[in-house]
Design a protein around this ligand. Structure first.
Ligand code: UDX
Ligand code: UDX
Length: 429
């Protein structure tokens, strides 16, 4: 089938490449000319494992096309997926201006039936607004449908999440659009949830908010464990084996970041307020998440006493491993606070350094973890990259001015670290 995707960011690009992998003919459109030029040359504008080889392969097979023109995309395919960004506004609610502009441009270019599918994370009732907009600018008065098809891909495992999802959710208003979407996804073996558009839109916000809630719950547990002399890893392991609770997303740490959880929890609170319900639990989820960064900073302050002129090494800057994404990364707040207190920061991340340099200034970016550790008064672990789990810890210990490790992601065992001579602090144990 022919499919167009508007917005070649993390979501649109991965979705487009995976559709091409499934055998569809895909046109990816973005208004960022440099991004499109890069993609045409077979280069991925983002670091995502396995993505670039699939881009080159699909270009070669002529399954993947790129453009900066929405009219061209509308001409190319009957199904048009919208995956432009929906950034948070000052009050936390989603800015839908890109979705609105793109909807209008699609409508103006439609010369026959089109299915417009929203992939971006949007507040409930956006489908209705998109349909109204398209109706308003539908010059040729052609037939059209609007549908919702939220994505659940995680950065770092985006391709697998797209090709082997736990479920595919489609929100539709009639059988015609459901049939097209089922055909598009036919090659994927997965549970299919077909529902109304409003429910599909809420499924996305509810899923991300619930996962954020699990993380904040574990982070609260971590405090209880520290106060009570228990180990949060043991506690969440014991809880997670209960299938009703589930093992995933119970890792305590420095809190969630990224382009989705902080934005989506805030947006869901905003939607609820607007609808007339005070979603108190989610407000606490946010508070606990922000407190987690502060309590980590306090741990550093308590351990190092005076921060002025201390050298603090940081391993990991990205908001999670296997990505170069720095959006809402906890490392930003943590480093800025320590810097403001006079600490000298040396940092290393396997992939996010380029992006980090645009955001975190006046620190020393190092080429490897050992350079970070050299003469450092403490080493902080802020992202759980596999590379850090395999470090030569004896070498690190010898190189440091004082062998203190404060691990925000619990990647090491306390007993092993202490046996090696480190002062080792982690979260909730
Ligand atoms: C974004 C949202 O953050 C997420 O909530 C939603 O589910 C999908 O879209 P992401 O793909 O990570 O996720 O965003 P981003 O990487 O910023 O990509 C959006 C792309 O759309 C950018 O490449 C941007 O240039 C493009 N865009 C934006 C357009 O082509 N036209 C526009 O009018 C606006
Ligand atoms: C998330 C959702 O998982 C995905 O379904 C949605 O489509 C987009 O948003 P993403 O933000 O890419 O994906 O990464 P995710 O793996 O969910 O991690 C988000 C944040 O939560 C990271 O900062 C991570 O470090 C943190 N996290 C995750 C924890 O602190 N503990 C955990 O147990 C899991």
């Amino acid at each position: 089938m022919e499919i167009s995707i508007i917005g070649a960011g993390y979501v649109g690009l991965v979705t487009g490449v995976c559709f091409a992998e499934l055998g569809h003919d895909v046109m990816l459109v973005d208004n960022n000319k440099e991004k499109i030029a890069m993609l045409k040359a077979g280069k991925s504008p983002i670091y995502e494992p396995g993505l670039e080889p699939l881009i080159t392969k699909s270009i070669k097979n002529k399954k993947l096309h790129f453009s900066t023109s929405i009219p061209q995309a509308v001409k190319f395919a009957q199904s048009i997926f919208v995956a432009v960004n929906t950034p948070p506004r000052q009050d936390g609610t989603a800015d839908l201006s890109f979705v609105a502009t793109v909807s209008k441009e699609i409508a103006l270019a439609m010369d026959g039936y089109r299915l417009i599918v929203d992939k971006s994370t949007v507040p409930v009732h956006t489908g209705e607004k998109v349909a109204e907009t398209i109706k308003r600018y539908n010059k040729h008065k052609v037939d059209f449908d609007v549908a919702s098809n939220p994505e659940f891909l995680r950065e770092g495992s985006a391709i697998d999440d797209t090709l082997y999802p736990d479920r595919i959710v489609i929100g539709v208003s009639n059988k015609r659009s459901a049939k097209i979407l089922r055909e598009i996804y036919a090659p994927i073996k997965s549970k299919f949830v077909e529902t109304d558009i409003n429910s599909a839109e809420i499924i996305k916000h509810a899923s991300n908010s619930f996962l954020a809630l699990k993380i904040s719950f574990s982070n609260s547990l971590a405090h209880i464990c520290e106060l009570a002399g228990a180990d949060v890893e043991e506690v969440t392991h014991g809880m997670g084996l209960d299938k009703r609770i589930g093992k995933s997303f119970l890792n305590a740490g420095i809190g969630y970041g990224g382009s989705c959880f902080p934005k989506d929890v805030a947006a869901f609170i905003g939607i609820s307020d607007k609808l007339g319900y005070d979603f108190k639990i989610l407000k606490t989820v946010e508070d606990v998440n922000m407190d987690q960064r502060k309590s980590f900073i306090k741990k550093v302050e308590d351990t190092l006493w005076v921060l002025k002129d201390k050298t603090v090494g940081v391993l990991g800057l990205a908001f999670k491993p296997n990505t170069d994404d720095m959006r809402s990364a906890p490392s930003i707040d943590i480093i800025e606070t320590l810097k403001a207190e006079g600490a000298k920061i040396k940092a290393y991340d396997p992939q996010a350094t380029q992006n980090a340099k645009q955001i975190i200034k006046n620190i020393t970016y190092c080429k490897n973890p050992y350079e970070v550790a050299k003469n450092a008064d403490a080493l902080l672990i802020l992202t759980e990259w596999d590379e850090f789990k395999e470090l030569d810890l004896d070498k690190i210990c010898k190189q440091m001015a004082s062998p203190i490790v404060i691990d925000g992601r619990n990647i090491f065992q306390k007993s092993e670290m202490e046996a090696k001579g480190f002062v080792y602090k982690s979260i909730g144990r």
